[in-house]
Design a protein around this ligand. Structure first.
Ligand code: PGA
Length: 249
């Protein structure tokens, strides 16, 4: 049985004092959950969040990193920098990064390799646009993104990666994929992982669903055969909503 993972993606929200208050308030509510809980916070919140989450069941992640180890890349943050303060996870290839910051399948692949080398666990996002879905290309898009993301990565390292299926049309729009559609897309991603890395790794790899996950739909989504939890944006900004999602399964 794969574990359930609920990851919050705060995007460009929350100041350090808000981050610390959020963690202090949610810890007692979710302390008995068996699910893995991750908060991916802005860079400026990382250190404060790590300190506040120490000795709790909340793990802290970043939302991006550069693929080079160091160098003249003004404004960028390296994997080693994240690792040096004990960050455990990093989101790679979120659709907002692909859309607004020219992230490509190639940079996603480079970033995954650098993250793994530095012992960070990548949460790798794939997903189709509405246009791609409506023209019947969704499965081809997400399986190709998965293949390109995993290219050249040692099979044994693939199981350290978490994948997140995030249909772009469902992010921040209030529109959720039906649990059946989301589960089918995730099955297709798992099948691609099986082709590339074998059945065992495909059965082990955690694949999350993201896109307007909220307390009202979390249980149904997370109770399907292949959805192993959620990557939650808007609803991870409120203790009440995020804790309900965590406790829904
Ligand atoms: P949303 O965002 O839950 O606000 O739709 C999800 C994400 O972008 O990871």
């Amino acid at each position: 049985m794969r574990r359930k993972v609920i990851a919050g993606n705060w995007k460009m929200n929350m100041l350090p004092n808000e981050a610390m208050a959020f963690i202090e308030n949610i810890v007692p509510v979710i302390k008995n959950t068996k699910n893995e809980v991750i908060l991916c916070v802005p860079y400026t919140d990382l250190f404060y969040s790590l300190l506040t989450a120490q000795d709790t069941n909340i793990k802290i992640g970043a939302q991006n990193m550069h693929w080079e180890e160091s160098g003249a890349y003004t404004g960028e943050v390296s994997a080693k920098m994240l690792k040096s303060i004990n960050v455990e996870y990093v989101i790679i290839g979120h659709s907002e990064r692909r859309q607004y910051f020219a992230e490509t399948d190639e940079t996603v692949n480079l970033k995954i390799k650098t993250a793994i080398k530095n012992e960070l666990k990548p949460i790798v996002c794939v997903g189709e646009t509405l246009e791609q879905r409506e023209s019947g290309k969704a499965e081809e898009i997400i399986t190709t993104q998965t293949k390109l993301a995993l290219e050249g990565i040692d099979k044994n390292d693939v199981s350290k990666i978490l994948l997140a299926y995030e249909p772009i049309w469902a992010i921040g729009t209030g529109k959720t994929a039906t649990s059946e559609d989301a589960n089918n897309s995730i099955k297709a991603i798992r099948k691609k992982v099986s082709e590339l890395c074998g059945e065992q790794i495909a059965n082990e790899i955690i694949i999350l669903y993201g896109g307007s996950v909220k307390p009202e739909n979390a249980k149904e989504l997370f109770s399907t055969s292949d959805i192993d939890g959620g990557l939650v944006g808007g609803a991870s900004l409120k203790v009440e909503d995020f804790s309900k999602i965590i406790l829904s399964v």
